[in-house]
Design a protein. Sequence first.
Length: 365
Amino acid sequence: MSTFHARVDAAQFHEALGNVLRFSAKRSSLPILAEANVCLQNGRCVLTCTNLNQWCIAAIPASGDSFSFVFAGTQKIFTACKYFSGELELTYTVEPTKTNPDPSGQISISDGKRSLARSTERSSDFPELMEKPMDRHYSVDAKKLLERFKRVKYAISMDTARPNRCCVEFLKDKIITVDGYRLAMSTDPSLNVEKPFYIPPEVMAELQMFKDQTCTISVGTEWAAFESKSLRVVTRMPGYDGFDVEKVIPTSFGTEYPVDVDRLLDEVKYLNGFTTPKDRKPIRFDGGTLSLETAGGTYLSKVGLPPVEARGFNPKYLLEGLEQFKAKKTHTITMKMGHPYAPMILTDDKDDLAMVLPVRLKEAA
């Protein structure tokens, strides 16, 4: 029997384990994908989880022997680890034989007051990350990028037949989401990419793990990674689909006028309250008023908008477009319109833009 010992900080171990577990596969035909691989070597404890589309790798300082294993029941161990404090002693025992040179072992964890002991699985059974080269690298403020993502994520497509549209597109100094009915865009000159690439929203959402750190985005043809000194998230990504998003955004308009975000948001919410998810009638822009007609009645809101030719918009899409600017704490934006069947543009004329396609009104059929 061989016994190995290592020591790590309890709080760091708990945080790192929680981070990587975000990328474990909760439901999979491969049970090991629900677990975390642990490797102690060269003064570091490296924890890894994967769902085979993304890998999350976290490293913390460690001392002691070199060994590796896969937790069995990682989620329960993570829950238990929040009760540990100070320094953790990790003791790994394994008994290789001639007929079984790489058996499963047992790990015990103790902080001197509490302890646990569980069987483990073999690291050799854990999927290896076979990433391809990534030759483009960008430095980015993780917290700032996360805030931008939160503002535009509403326009991510659910159509899995178009995998690029189910992602966030990085294009020049912009991040863009588009689902065929609306488009959301956020611009930041501090992050300007040479070629477009696409990051899955589940990866973007976990930028919170990097907190206030500056991290590096590395991009190849099939893989991308977000990484700092102690944390790395690697993801597969779809290739470029040739769709030029910028070309679908109108550049000339018949009407442009300033809009108070809070006021228009309240009026759209008022009218939307008379719709249902199964029967979401369009809000009608006509003259200087907004109106909604349902089977139950007719509802009107005079918001002082300049007169425009009648056109309709899905109230949910209008709400989400306005919420993009509300989240940014922008009070006044510009609303731009062309002909009745052209998209509406909402913009702060600086960083953010939302585009909403109109709905054909019955009268115009």
